[in-house]
Design a protein around this ligand. Sequence first.
Ligand SMILES: C[S@@+](CC[C@H](N)C(=O)[O-])C[C@H]1O[C@@H](n2cnc3c(N)ncnc32)[C@H](O)[C@@H]1O
Length: 268
Amino acid sequence: MNAGNDLRVSAVRSYWDTHTLGLQYASDPTLEPGSAEFFAHIRPWMNPYKFPWIMRRIECEAALLAGKHLLEVGCGMGFDSLEFLKRGVRVTATDLTENAARLARRHFELEGVNAECVQVENALALSFPDATFDAVWANGVLHHTGDARRAVQEVRRVLKPGGRAIISHFYRRPSWMWTLHRLGREPIEAHEEDAPVSEFYTDDEVLGFFTGFEIVEAVREHHRALPVAKRGAKAALYRWGFRPAYNLLPEPLALKWAYKLSVTAIRR
Ligand SMILES: C[S@@+](CC[C@H](N)C(=O)[O-])C[C@H]1O[C@@H](n2cnc3c(N)ncnc32)[C@H](O)[C@@H]1O
């Protein structure tokens, strides 16, 4: 990677090192991050529980992958990996930051599950040999890396032929969140500051990243505006104005403006 890319990765790393996904949902400051009480407290806000379609996807994929080896890229505190581990999938969980890896390790330990390995990895330059994994899972990660195409091709490299890439999700444009993000000049979700890189792509751009794959499913998600934990005037406008009005849209129209696109693809 060149010097510009190195700088970008280090900005992304330093943001996520202090903003591990989940910390922003802790409304009780007395809870120690990494304690059982802490994980229980933030759990309802975390991806597989907040968005029911992700849990359904985990259940379907885990049924196909039991006993096989899955790599999670950008695991954060490990909530998704935990669900795969509970369902008998062998998991290597990775994240760009040591803080995330430490919290994920702690989380698995508290839950009494064993990952193959939990380690720091950059999605843009994975350290694993070619054709190592049966599946790769990345949830809410690749649009934060600064080079989603390269990340998808790294996923392809470490997958065995016939292996499954399950990438939930890419941020879409146009979409309701893309418009709110531009109008409000800050994300409406719970972060106090935005990640240094959050890219929105057209559906065609996303599908174009998957060269060398057969796409099994590309599905628009998050087409209804859901509750946010954020407080303040913009969040109140969202909660009492935008959200109820937007959610009156008929399904086909709402789907057109869905926030996310998730892709499942098989490595050729
Ligand atoms: C929005 S969080 C999602 C965390 C987790 N997947 C979840 O759903 O709870 C994005 C995660 O991507 C990680 N990340 C960002 N850039 C990365 C990169 N280049 N390589 C690996 N992980 C990265 C961040 O450290 C962070 O944990």
